[in-house]
Design a protein around this ligand. Structure first.
Ligand code: UN1
Length: 499
């Protein structure tokens, strides 16, 4: 059955057998493939190929580069079902989330195609007569993209669609847990490149598979001027300084500890739906997953009761089955980490609803859990720690200022939201004294961001921005140019230097 899914995605025996990286499905823990790994000693050749591709690719006009991304979007549309199925098999996402991830790839391609005609610079008024100033954006060079298991292909596409139209080749290191989605995506990319023709240089888009040593080569190489990395704060704290120390440009998208404030005026029906999707969707394994609920004391008990009822009805199981809403965690270590955090929360005075391992009615071998709702007396150390699992901590508040302070009082700063029908509360939350996160929403949950906005966050989230808005500027270098079309040579700031 797996073979059918993998073959439909264009993967052959050569891709799936004979290698040293054992790939298992989180659905049942069964081995799916043995994928060949890139040898660390081959990385310098791979980076050199990327540099060679860069020398050609940067010469093409950006709208022509956009044409390749347009074709990539077309190929992704044609392969949506097949690639979505591989996401489900390899990352354990339910069907509609696997498809949604591919849709996110298609959306960013559309965005990047338009962008390829809009890499706008500025013209600037010069203080000197007969002079003009302008600002132009140029390609930077090979872009390393290190992605995580939880969005195994969408995050690649945010970076790659932008990097390509900006004139940069890409070297992609996917998570060791999800190499098959990367190989399937590379096949789709190869089809787009074949249709594009000869001016897509060989080496424009390369995939490298392996462990930290392979990633390290990208992190350390001066020939990889942009390094985008998505993953844990621990990983980012290693990668970020190393890239910065060699004067590269890191784009970091790390941990989140996303909160929702629910105020007395909130539409609780809507809040419950938003909470359930954002806390348990993708089994709580999005960097944007809702992890903390800060509810006004006047509605907290009612909200918890409604959530406990909703949680009890959520189907946990095989993500390939139509009705399932909560698939497996990525592996047993993730389940152990979740259960350990729940123990800590209990020790800190928390009351845990749900949160146990599920072994009945699910495929054997996978790490399935019932989502946990944990009422906490305060925002303890455990609450301030991101755990990649469906745990939602609930705290109460009395004054909105205190709720905002609590929402901000964590090391991470990715996503946040408020449910309220009171416009003063909503705008206070979005103001300079409100949420300190990169994403702040009103009356929607913290997850499921559209690609049109810049995606990323502050503090330990790493400060990077990817995807929409002007995130493309992270992949380009800015050149300020002053042109003198007069026959004089006046100096700026009125400086005289006559001789
Ligand atoms: C991630 O979990 O790394 O906003 C990315 C969202 C998705 C992307 C999540 N569009 O939830």
């Amino acid at each position: 059955m797996h073979t059918d899914i993998l073959a439909a995605a264009g993967l052959t025996d050569a891709d799936l057998t004979g290698g040293t990286l054992v790939v298992t499905s989180p659905i049942d823990g069964a081995e799916v493939a043995r994928v060949a790994e890139t040898r660390p000693e081959d990385m310098s050749g791979i980076i050199a190929r990327s540099q060679a591709a860069f020398r050609e690719w940067r010469k093409l006009p950006a709208p022509r580069r956009g044409e390749l991304v347009r074709l990539l979007g077309e190929e992704l549309r044609a392969a949506k079902a097949e690639l979505g199925a591989v996401v489900t098999l390899e990352a354990g996402k339910i069907g509609s989330e696997g498809l949604g991830e591919v849709q996110e790839m298609i959306d960013i391609c559309d965005f990047a195609v338009g962008l390829s005609r809009q890499l706008y610079g500025l013209t600037i008024a010069s203080e000197r007569p007969g002079h003009r100033m302008s600002e132009t954006w140029h390609p930077l060079g090979p872009t390393g993209v290190i992605t995580a298991f939880n969005f195994p292909v969408a995050v690649w596409s945010w970076n790659t669609a932008l990097a390509l139209v900006c004139g940069n080749p890409v070297i992609w290191k996917p998570s060791e847990k999800t190499p098959l989605t990367a190989l399937a995506t590379q096949k789709i990319m190869a089809r787009a490149m074949a249709r594009f023709g000869d001016d897509a240089p060989e080496g424009l888009m390369q995939v490298v598979i392996g462990d930290a040593a392979v990633g390290e080569a990208l992190v350390m190489s001066k020939d990889v001027p942009v390094l985008s990395a998505t993953g844990s704060t621990r990983m980012g704290s290693i990668v970020g300084p190393k890239v910065a120390a060699r004067w590269g440009r890191p784009i970091l998208e790390l941990g989140g500890n996303n909160a929702m404030i629910v105020t007395p005026s909130a539409d609780l029906d809507m809040a419950v739906r938003a909470i359930v999707f954002s806390a348990v969707g993708t089994a709580g394994q999005r960097c944007t997953s809702l992890r903390r609920l800060i509810a006004h004391d006047s509605i907290r008990e009612e909200l918890v009761a409604r959530l406990a009822k909703a949680y009890a009805s959520l189907p946990v199981g095989d993500p390939r089955q139509g009705g399932t809403l909560i698939g497996p965690l990525i592996d047993h270590a993730a389940r152990d980490a979740m259960l350990a955090q729940l123990e800590k929360a209990r020790a800190e005075g928390g009351t845990v609803h749900g949160g146990s391992a599920v072994t009945e009615g699910v495929p054997q071998g996978g790490a399935y859990v019932a989502p946990a709702l944990v009422e906490m007396p305060a925002q303890t150390d455990t609450v301030r720690t991101e755990t990649f699992a469906p745990i939602l901590y609930v705290m109460g508040y009395d004054r909105l200022e205190d709720a905002i302070a609590m929402q901000n009082d964590v090391p991470q700063g990715l996503s946040s939201c408020i449910f309220t029908l009171n416009m003063r509360e909503a705008d206070l939350f979005l103001s300079a004294v409100g949420s300190d996160c990169g994403i702040a929403n009103v009356n929607i949950g913290p997850s499921g961001a559209e690609i049109g906005g810049a995606f990323g966050g502050e503090k330990e989230t790493g400060g990077g921005r990817e995807s929409g808005s002007d995130a493309w500027k992270g992949y380009m270098r800015r050149q300020t140019s002053t042109v003198n079309y007069s026959a004089e040579l006046p100096l700026a700031q009125g400086v005289r230097f006559d001789f």
